[in-house]
Design a protein around this ligand. Sequence first.
Ligand SMILES: [Zn+2]
Length: 159
Amino acid sequence: MVKKCQQCGGSDVRAATLDDVRVLDGQRFAAQIKGQKCGACGERYYPGGAGPSPAEAQAAAALARGGIRGPEGFKFLRRAVGLKSSELAALLNLRVETLSRWENGRAAIDRAAAAALCALAADKIAGRSDMRDRLEAMRAPPPKARGGRRVGRAAHVHL
Ligand SMILES: [Zn+2]
C-alpha cells in the first residue's frame, strides 16, 4: 500500500477501482482492479504481486480459446504458460531463432505451432498438462522395437 504519492508527494492516496487494460495485436482486454489513486494529482497505483492481472487473465483465456492473432499475442501467451523461448522451441521442435522471428513480427507465425501454444495455455488455465505431456512424449526418441522377430520379405503376417 502506498501512503505518500510518489508523483506529487501528497498524502491523499486512497483505495480506488482502476481500469486494467491490456492490448495485444490490436485486441483490447479490459477489466477492473482494486488499487489506489492519488486525490491530488490522480496518479494511479496498481497492486503488485505475482500472477496475471485481471485483464491479463482475460486475455490469456480469450487467446487460448480463440487463437492467436499476431506476434504480441504469441509472446504474451508463451509467457502466460510460463515457458522460455528455448523451452517452447524445444517442445515444438523449432529453432529458437524461428520463434523469435515470430515474436518480433519478422516472420509469419506457423498456425499449427500457434494452435499448440493455445492448447498449452488452455491446459494451464484448466489445471491440466495434457498437451505438454504429449509434446514431451513426442520429443523423446521413438522406442526401439524389442522382442519382435524380423519379418522377412516373403513372410505373411496374419493379424
Ligand atoms: Zn499525487
